[in-house]
Design a protein around this ligand. Sequence first.
Ligand SMILES: NC(=O)c1ccc[n+]([C@@H]2O[C@H](COP(=O)([O-])OP(=O)(O)OC[C@H]3O[C@@H](n4cnc5c(N)ncnc54)[C@H](O)[C@@H]3O)[C@@H](O)[C@H]2O)c1
Length: 264
Amino acid sequence: MLDEKICLVTGSARGIGRGTAIEMARQGAAAVMISDLNDEGGHETVELVKAEGADADYIHCDMTKPDQVRALIDGTAERFGGLDVLHNNAGVHESDFTSDLTVETLPEDVFEKIFQINLRGPWLAMKYAAPHLRKSKRNPSIINAGSTGGLTGYPNMNAYGATKAGLIQLTRCVAVDLAPDVRVNTYAPASVYTDMVRKFVDAAEDKDAIARTMVASQLIPRFGKIEEVASLVCYLASDAAAWITGSVFSIDGGCLAWCGTNEA
Ligand SMILES: NC(=O)c1ccc[n+]([C@@H]2O[C@H](COP(=O)([O-])OP(=O)(O)OC[C@H]3O[C@@H](n4cnc5c(N)ncnc54)[C@H](O)[C@@H]3O)[C@@H](O)[C@H]2O)c1
């Protein structure tokens, strides 16, 4: 349970970010700040969070812009009277910007953009959030959105995989810097059925085949659910996780546990 904590979720206009914001409210957060590039989706999330009983507001923030990230963090603390939980959720895959996805074809500016959103953005948020989190009396923590793509190799994700691996290591380094005052953890999902994955499946000629292949390397061969990831994020943010910091939690249907396949 989140016991009146004040939370901020980046990239929360849809997907896992929205699901986490709603679950935070269900688990007793006092307030959740919603933030994204997508203002319409962000305002919808605000209403969904309020419907679950928490206070909520929205601040537009492009995670590639340091001044906007700083304004988001300071604005959250000012609006709600502090900050206890930062969920660095905003993230993108190179297929959001190009269909040229291999090392030989990926454009340099796309690599740079993914780096700015997936790795520098969370670092900026942690940098600016740290002074507020250190002041918190409610067991403050940071939870970063990693990926199994940061723990093992997959095709067509040079930039995504590299930035998620970087974020996993950044989690450990920041956990050291902020210990023991602020806990910092990351989680690493395999495929969760959100717009990010839907777009990827829809782009394939044989949608059923690509969907089957995506989950074939899991011991539990289905897509993950947004609620399953949201539960893990809320656990890591809760007082029940008070002795957990600098850790990476796979939430992947067991895909990293074996080298087999369910494909016939
Ligand atoms: N869905 C999966 O299978 C999966 C697996 C592993 C990790 N993840 C990670 O979980 C996080 C959420 O993924 P999702 O599937 O919900 O994605 P999604 O694409 O559904 O949502 C991502 C959100 O981030 C926002 N965003 C994009 N660029 C931004 C920017 N520059 N500044 C601020 N916001 C921005 C988008 O507008 C969107 O609302 C990401 O970090 C992703 O890498 C997802």
